[in-house]
Design a protein around this ligand. Sequence first.
Ligand code: NIG
Ligand code: FE
Length: 412
Amino acid sequence: MNLLIENARQIITCHSRGYRFKAGKFQSEIGLIENSSIYIENGRIKWLGKKIPQFVIKSNFRKIDAGSKIVLPGFIDSHTHLVFAGDRANEFSMRIKGKSYEEIANAGGGIISTVKAVRKTSKKGLLKLAKERLNSSISFGVTTIEAKSGYGLDTENEIKMLEVINELNQQSPIDVYATFLGAHAFPKNKTKEEYIDEILFSMIPLAAKRNLATFIDVFCEKNYFSADETVKIFMQGINFGLVPKLHTNQFNSIGGIEAAVNYDAISVDHLEVMTEKDIGSLKGGGSIACLLPSVSYFLDIPYAPAKKLTENRIPVALATDFNPGSAMSENIQLVMSLAVQKLKMNIEETINAVTLNAAAALGISHNVGSIETGKQGDLLIFDVPDYKHLLYHFGVNTLNTVIKKGKIIMKL
Ligand code: NIG
Ligand code: FE
């Protein structure tokens, strides 16, 4: 069935002008058009304009009257850890009383406590939990999502997590991209060297051979993986056809940015702590800076220097980092609100950061992330009079309809 969205009050196209992403001043351009319609045929945007042409009128379609509403590209959450079991509500409570995320991790909590829960949970159990969370993500406007392994920390359980992510992609109405993050932490029962060998010579070859992941990620941080270890893991990932992404500069600057740029990482994520040298390395490289302000909010740590990045023409994306420890929220609209209030990004930069630039952070901005003819029909209809209300009217969900490949997948 084809779909005609008729006479939308505003369409925010996030037009790419043929570029892979938007940076600098261009990141403030959202491509606003008014009182226009969109026609989607066989899942793709076929036509966009004011006067509906004959070929559309003559075809079979379902119609949505969007006269009082606005249309945006589907949001893309390019960084999540949505497959996990158990919860860390007790750790949260300890943090609220004053213990830090690092102190809790050093005392045996943190990532390792989720690893224990994931190892005990079956594939079926993990899938059920992930599906519920994915539906919640969709209800905030997410039409494409990325999900990472990293709570297995042995070959069997890392592969189990990747299988769950792939199954989720098969069974859900939206696209789910898998990232292998074996290098998320060190398991207790092995030396560092032994575990890195397991990542290099067991996990990566197996994940790649079975086509279970698109990306390879590492947590490059003090007490986790060093820049040299990151490079080793990236090199092997690249050998096996995986595309690098990196968790870096969350608490310390230890050379992750430089390593990521040297190995053409598609995105560098977190960036709460940035030196001048880090900004210099990112500038001119092709990596997207993916900021995760929910983590700063939830852990009460500094926010990433977003303004500094955009001033240096570094393309900025935003994502939830949804995970049980540092960002227990699938709400990408909250991320957008934090971006304007705390990262001091403007409304337009923020919208591009969850659409075209987020698509670029997954290497799919040729297909999704903007409303242009030929692109996939992934769209959101919001019940607001003007796009500024998306951020102005905060803390409530004004989303009305979620459309994926021309099909209505959720009505709110
Ligand atoms: O992106 N920084 C490392 N990994 C996650 C947190 C994972 C966890 O605490 O379970 C993050 O913040
Ligand atoms: Fe993360």
